[in-house]
Design a protein around this ligand. Structure first.
Ligand code: PEP
Length: 248
């Protein structure tokens, strides 16, 4: 039985004041939440969040890492560094990083490997653009993104990997994939994993991301292969985020 996971991705939105009120708000409403809940925060606020969540069930994640463990990489942050600040997770391959920073599937696979090497559980993001969907290439795109990771780290490493299916056309647009559209791709991903290991396929959490909110979360999460959500905009308001957390 897979546990529901709700992950917040704050992107580049935070201040010391907003972080305190958002985390306090989330923590004050966690009673009755059965899902596993984590927040992926901007680097400068990791220490603050680490302190605020101490002793709670809320888990900390980062949004990106460099593939190298240390060295002359000005401006970069390693997997061990975020682990040092209490991170348990890191996002790898968010579509904004693939499209705005040119991260290819092989770079994303390297980042996934670096995260695993530091004992972190990566959230591996995959998903097609609108153009790719309309051209009937959704499965080809998603398979290429996942196969790059399987080839580098091996299927057994998916024991520690969370997949997030995020159709690019649904991220931050207010357009959500229908439960049928999302379930179809989640089912495809689970079968793809199953070609290498049925055990891993059944165990791997596959989250949906793309304009998930308090109003559509229950319907999406009740699909058989949707194990939770990766939430952007709606993760910035404690009340909305908590409602999604309670949908699981
Ligand atoms: C995301 O950033 O991963 C995301 C899904 O954003 P939003 O919920 O705002 O669409």
């Amino acid at each position: 039985m897979r546990k529901t996971i709700i992950a917040g991705n704050w992107k580049m939105n935070a201040s010391k004041v907003s972080v305190k009120s958002l985390i306090d708000g989330i923590l004050s409403g966690m009673e009755g939440v059965n899902s596993e809940v984590l927040v992926c925060v901007p680097f400068p606020y990791m220490s603050q969040v680490e302190s605020l969540i101490e002793g709670s069930n809320l888990k900390l994640g980062a949004q990106n890492i460099n593939i190298n463990p240390s060295g002359a990489f000005t401006g970069e942050v390693s997997a061990d560094m975020i682990k040092d600040f209490g991170a348990k997770h890191v996002i790898a391959g968010h579509s904004e990083r693939r499209s705005l920073y040119g991260e290819t599937s092989s770079v994303v696979a390297e980042k996934t490997k670096a995260a695993l090497g530091a004992g972190l559980s990566p959230l591996l993001c995959v998903g097609e653009s609108l153009e790719q969907r309309e051209a009937g290439k959704t499965e080809t795109v998603v398979a290429e993104q996942i196969n790059a990771v399987i080839e580098l780290v091996g299927i057994e490493s998916f024991d520690s990997i969370i997949i997030a299916y995020e159709p690019v056309w649904a991220i931050g647009t207010g357009i959500t994939a229908t439960p049928e559209q999302a379930q179809a791709v989640h089912f495809f991903i689970r079968n793809l994993l199953g070609e290498s290991s049925e055990n891993i396929a059944q165990k791997t959490p596959i989250l949906y991301g793309g304009s998930m909110n308090a109003g559509n979360a229950v319907e999406l999460i009740s699909c058989p292969d949707i194990d939770g959500g990766l939430i952007g905009g709606a993760a910035l308001k404690a009340e909305d985020f908590l409602q999604i957390c309670k949908a699981g």
